[in-house]
Design a protein around this ligand. Structure first.
Ligand code: AMP
Length: 284
């Protein structure tokens, strides 16, 4: 496995691959890799000849009072896991490699899709995500790029970006990987105290209950959301940022009984740690 720390080094490696007819799978990450990331790398390894994993804590997607400085950085362990799962190249640039000047080009998806849910509490977040992912797409020119359903809104925003900017690649979306107890794997789980981790299990429980309501025939989105909120509020350590349901793919409000695919998404703080989770409720 090759570790590239500069844009030039990565471009050199990509040029070599593009001279052959090998396919490239890209897995963008912020590092502190866990089983969720591993599942993406594994899928990329199965479906492509060359797997590039990027490890970059992207400053432009963090708000001023967020955890950019304290975000876990574990490059050595990340390289070991990435290689074990089949990565050929790990790209771990510095911020100045990715953002060489203060004046810069932004890639921004407009509309409700970036303003609801996480976009409401993290107003610059998705502009940072789309800008860095567009840069990574241009640098690695992958046939396929791998993202997790854990970040459901990110998936919808990136789908729009790929369509609007005519990126010639396939987005591959992988299911949410959870701890044995149900908590969705996240690099931020390391911030949680034991008590907070235990309290966080309420998220999984509330989503399972919402799924049960839906399976038993409930098609009133508001009722499902209300029930989900009530369950989460039964946990004293849970501080809700949002619990909402929107119609996919554009994350538009649900008018009347649910139809098609709907995203029930939540963000809840436990102490200083903000966790997100979601489920898709599909009327077939
Ligand atoms: P991050 O390093 O948190 O920015 O995540 C990098 C990629 O891994 C994103 O596409 C995430 O959606 C995905 N990911 C993170 N956690 C999980 C998980 N628990 N299950 C599946 N994919 C995940």
């Amino acid at each position: 496995m090759i570790l590239c720390k500069t844009v030039r080094a990565l471009q050199k490696e990509i040029k070599k691959v593009k001279g052959t007819n090998k396919t490239i799978g890209l897995v963008p990450t912020m590092g502190a890799l866990h089983a969720g990331h591993a599942s993406l790398i594994e899928a990329a390894n199965k479906e492509n000849d060359i797997v590039v994993v990027s490890v970059f804590v992207n400053p432009t997607q963090f708000g001023p009072n967020e955890d950019l400085d304290s975000y876990p950085r574990t490059l050595e362990a990340d390289c070991i896991l990435a290689e074990k799962m089949g990565a050929n190249i790990v790209f771990a640039p510095t911020p100045s490699e990715m953002y060489p000047s203060r004046d810069m080009t932004w890639v921004e998806v407009s509309g409700d899709i970036t303003k609801v849910l996480c976009g409401a509490t993290r107003p610059i977040h998705f502009r940072g995500v789309t800008t860095i992912v567009a840069k990574l797409f241009n640098l690695t020119q992958p046939e396929r790029a791998y993202f997790g359903q854990k970040d459901a809104q990110q998936v919808q925003v990136l789908t729009r970006m790929v369509k609007d900017l005519f990126f010639q690649l396939e987005l591959r979306i992988m299911p949410i990987i959870r701890e044995e107890d149900g908590l969705a794997k996240s690099s931020r789980n390391t911030y949680l105290s034991k008590k907070e981790h235990k309290a966080g299990l309420i998220l999984y429980k509330s989503l399972r209950k919402a799924e049960q309501l839906f399976i038993s025939g409930q098609r009133d989105a508001e009722k499902i959301v209300e029930e989900t909120i009530q369950i989460i509020q039964s946990e004293p350590l849970a501080d809700i940022d949002y619990v909402k349901m929107y119609a996919m793919p554009e994350l538009t409000p649900i008018d009347g009984p649910m139809k098609g695919r709907n995203l029930l998404a939540l963000a809840v703080k436990f102490g200083k740690t903000r966790l997100i989770d979601n489920t898709i409720l599909e009327v077939k």
